[in-house]
Design a protein around this ligand. Sequence first.
Ligand code: 13P
Length: 302
Amino acid sequence: MAHESIAAEIAKLKKKHNAVILAHNYQLPEVQDIADYTGDSLGLAMKAAETDADVIVFCGVMFMAETAKILSPEKKVIIPEPDALCPLAAMITPETVRKLKKDNPGVPVIAYVNTTAAVKAESDYCCTSSNLLKVADHVKTRKIIFIPDRHMAAYLQIESGKTVITGNGYCSTHAKILPEHIMKQKKKHPKAMVLTHPECVYEVLELADIITSTGGMQKYAKSLDAREFIVATENGLLYGLRKDNPGKKFYPASESALCPNMKKTDMGKVLESLKTLKHEVTLPDDIIRKAKLPIKRMLEIS
Ligand code: 13P
């Protein structure tokens, strides 16, 4: 079926179920186009918390859909592709968090939103790439536990001046972006500004003009006078950047920065999920209750 006819069927079913489609900035272009809202992790969490739809169809990876469920437990949250998992989120378990807390009594735990609901339930605060420094600053202790991304932890330690105890996680997609990729692009496009995601390795961050979330990159691309940008994050973001800024040029830092999990959701799967309301995200009540606290605290600070 052509994209247009799938989109028309999706629109009909959305109305029937009073559903809203939320899509992350890394989703396939055609999926972003049928979404009611596209954004970064923080923006999507905020939308999930405030929507009055009965059904949320979440086009992203599982931890994002779980966050939507935690914030709107009375709603049906559907993930069109339940195998869309975040390898970074799988790099820390609740047991490891409990051990970190036992070894560091009184040290608050900030969980990156790329964690499972069960890990969030063990944490004091949540954060995303857009409010990491703000949350760390809000926590008044000199020492913090930040899990699971070791590259973000290194960045956080340098920027905040705090001692950061961390896990050993990393994003395998952002890890593909190397300093030499940025240098090569800078040589080709000397006037371009470098936008990097904090999940990149520190040597890449050192070459950045701006370090921010995918939503932050969208904002800066629009508001800055610069006409050219080198973009160091998953390349799905380039679609929205180019669409929103037709007069500007965007170059991927590395052609290989593609997240296979983010590309698993296609229009056919979105349509199927609206037809069947299958792949509902469910979580135990006590996990929802405990995981809500760190997320709410983050939203209050943001
Ligand atoms: P953003 O919150 O910046 O969109 O990042 C999401 C993510 O999962 C990065 O790998």
